[in-house]
Design a protein around this ligand. Structure first.
Ligand SMILES: [Zn+2]
Length: 387
């Protein structure tokens, strides 16, 4: 495992410590990066910010490398190493009674994790894939597996292991599938690049295929030029205000920044905004940013980019907010940010443009009631017209 890196950035109240290789360290430990950065936050009593799309992990305030390394050692002791043989080849599982356990692949012992730590509470709410019972077991991510380059996929790590345990569509197990899901599945399988996308395809290896897919993933935030594009600068600038979105500059300031970077008309800017403007308060925040969004979203292409950015934000960054997707889309619709037809079109298609097919499917499924409502409202009004 590489030593943790620390880079102090900014000054004054905005001073913070970036950890450039956090995801690399987390991967070597077989744990999602979110666990590690949250742990630092709890241990150091500081706010943290996570952006998996840009691979940016920040802890507010100044924390030198030895302090972070110390904290990392604590994390490894409590959440990685087997309590019995001290081997790192463990996965975290959650027992039926809700206890966190380190399940050791080396000696077979199961040792408990102190439930009183704040990170334990966080893990319970954001369980790793290995903690979920599933009929068909996926490859478990263990430290050794990751060292040799197999095991946990980048998208797993990035999404904090929020994979669904739903059966795959090809397996004929979706007896309770509804019409929309069937339609989505049918359309998804008809996509031009229709080879089945399993999240494991993202495993950390250097095969041509994997490299190509990771490049695709990065492209979604336009990082193909190595992370120095104006969009990255814009995204990073927005993220610098920390996790609390109340502290973001006002819409005029944000627009000015886009203008300064000369990206105020670009569709990618819209996507960056969809992934950086919101947090748990997204339902309220959409209306709050109506001015900026309607100013910048000017064509159907922009509208699609906004929905794509939301898909990524909800599907990958904040899957816990997926349950609110109807309310979110209603705000997008009622504030005239995206046209009804674009929303309907988006809702009826699974696309790999912004997220993996699996995630896109999950998002579209969650959006289904709202799309149906839109369609229904349409039918009703056309009924009235024909009377
Ligand atoms: Zn052991």
């Amino acid at each position: 495992m590489p030593p943790i890196q620390a880079k102090v950035e900014g000054r004054g109240n905005g001073i913070k410590t970036a950890i450039p290789n956090l995801s690399e360290v987390a991967r070597a430990l077989g744990r999602p990066p979110s666990y590690l950065i949250k742990y630092f936050g709890f241990e150091l009593g500081a706010q943290t910010s996570i952006n998996e799309s840009t691979d940016r992990y920040l802890v507010n305030g100044v924390h030198d490398q030895p302090k972070l390394q110390d904290s990392l050692d604590g994390f490894i002791n409590k959440f990685v190493l087997c309590g019995s043989c001290k081997n790192p080849e463990t996965v975290i599982i959650i027992t039926k009674d809700g206890n966190l356990i380190r399940d050791c692949k080396a000696c077979g012992q199961r040792t408990s994790i102190d439930p009183r730590s704040k990170l334990a509470t966080y893990i319970e709410k954001n369980p790793p894939e290995s903690a979920k019972g599933s009929g068909k077991k996926k490859k478990s991510a263990t430290a050794s597996a990751n060292v040799v380059g197999g095991g946990m996929s980048i998208s797993d790590i990035a999404s904090g292991n929020k994979k669904t345990t739903e059966p795959k569509e090809d397996e004929g197990e979706n007896s309770d599938d509804d019409a929309l899901t069937r339609k989505i599945n049918a359309e998804a399988s008809a996509l031009p690049t229709a080879q089945p996308i399993d999240d494991d395809d993202w495993a950390v290896d250097v095969s041509e295929e994997a490299v190509r897919k990771r490049a695709l993933e990065l492209e979604a935030l336009n990082l193909e030029n190595g992370g120095d594009s104006a969009f990255d600068q814009f995204g990073e600038w927005l993220l610098e205000f920390g996790e609390d979105k109340d502290e973001l500059p006002n819409d005029v300031e944000i627009y000015k920044k886009a203008l300064e970077l000369e990206i105020h008309e670009d569709v990618n800017t819209v996507q960056v905004l969809a992934q950086t403007l919101f947090d748990e308060e997204i339902v309220q925040q959409i209306a709050q940013h109506k001015g900026l969004l309607t100013k910048i979203i000017t064509t159907p292409k922009h509208e699609k980019a906004f929905l794509g950015g939301l898909e990524r934000f909800l599907g990958k960054d904040k899957p816990e907010l997926l349950s609110q997707i109807s309310k979110i889309l209603l705000q997008v619709y009622e504030n005239d940010i995206v046209d009804e037809e674009t929303i309907k079109d988006w809702g009826s298609k699974v696309s790999k443009k912004y997220v993996s097919k699996e995630i896109s499917k999950k998002v579209k499924k969650a959006a289904k009631p709202f799309i149906e409502w839109l369609n229904q409202a349409d039918e009703e009004s056309s009924d009235e017209e024909s009377d």
